[in-house]
Design a protein around this ligand. Structure first.
Ligand code: FES
Length: 261
């Protein structure tokens, strides 16, 4: 049997000589990602309370079709299949969703947390054969580089939303919601501009990057963000959910958007 196919010859599931609490990290990932998936799915299927004043929830932007003033092309189109649930988020959320699902960091995290492949480094897994990501369905993870490009477009709209978050009916102002949307854009920038695939795009194709000073500088910036990719991934994930909650609770009248200026 070839070496990479047999991981644990005699071990039982979760057998390990590790003495630390190796189960802590995959359990936290399972709870954290699971909670996000449940909340994001619920929120994405809502058709109301996703905007408040100049704010729009990042789950719903860009709003292609919808009933809010942010909608780019008007209300739900007649051609939309009636058997499918509709909300503005359904049309757009698959881009950041698949971008995160195919992210190199998240793959390593949810492979461990959701199907114990392996449960943690140097801990025995429940299967004997290793198939890697060279076959269907996991070979589809290679689409990450394309979701990256689409995510930059979505990020551009979110940045535009953040700027609009300062324009109130009475003119320029700063609300807590304005800052919530700005922080969301900054954290997302740290995440997507530190992407491994982006790092390759920026400088990974050169044999000698020092011969391209501008690209080298950019490469260093991307590498700087990339070094903390996990932190950017989690902070942006938590904040994007919080931004949705903030806008939603303001729209429902539960929270008051405090005007700083
Ligand atoms: S590797 Fe994580 S976003 Fe690309």
């Amino acid at each position: 049997m070839s070496a990479p196919e047999l991981i644990w010859k005699d071990g039982k599931f979760t057998q390990t000589s590790r003495r630390d609490a190796w189960w802590l990290s995959p359990t936290a990932v399972f709870v954290g990602l699971g909670a996000f998936i449940v909340y994001a799915t619920w929120a994405a299927l809502q058709t109301r309370n996703y905007t408040f004043g100049p704010y729009i929830s990042p789950f719903f932007s860009p709003e292609l079709f919808g009933n809010s003033p942010h909608a780019l092309f008007g209300p739900k189109p007649g051609w939309y299949p009636s058997f499918l649930p509709f909300s503005p988020a359904v049309l757009i959320l698959w881009i950041p969703g698949l971008f995160r699902v195919t992210c190199y960091y998240y793959r390593g995290a949810y492979y461990k947390a959701f199907w114990a492949d392996p449960p943690a480094c140097a801990v025995s897994e429940p299967r004997m054969r290793y198939r890697g990501e060279r076959r269907f369905p996991l070979i589809l993870q290679n689409f990450h580089r394309y979701f990256l490009r689409l995510s930059y477009i979505v990020w551009g709209f979110l940045a535009y939303d953040a700027v609009k978050g300062f324009i109130f009916p009475d003119g320029f102002g700063i609300g807590v919601g304005s800052l919530v949307l700005v922080i969301n854009v900054v954290l997302l920038a740290g995440y997507i501009f530190g992407c491994h695939a982006f790092r390759h795009l920026i400088g990974g194709t050169f044999d000698q990057i020092s011969a391209h000073p501008i690209r080298q500088k950019l490469y260093q910036w991307v590498s700087f963000l990339n070094a903390a990719h996990k932190k950017w991934a989690w902070s942006s994930l938590v904040w994007v959910a919080f931004a949705d909650i903030y806008v939603r609770l303001c729209a429902l009248g539960v929270w008051r958007d405090w005007r700083i200026l």
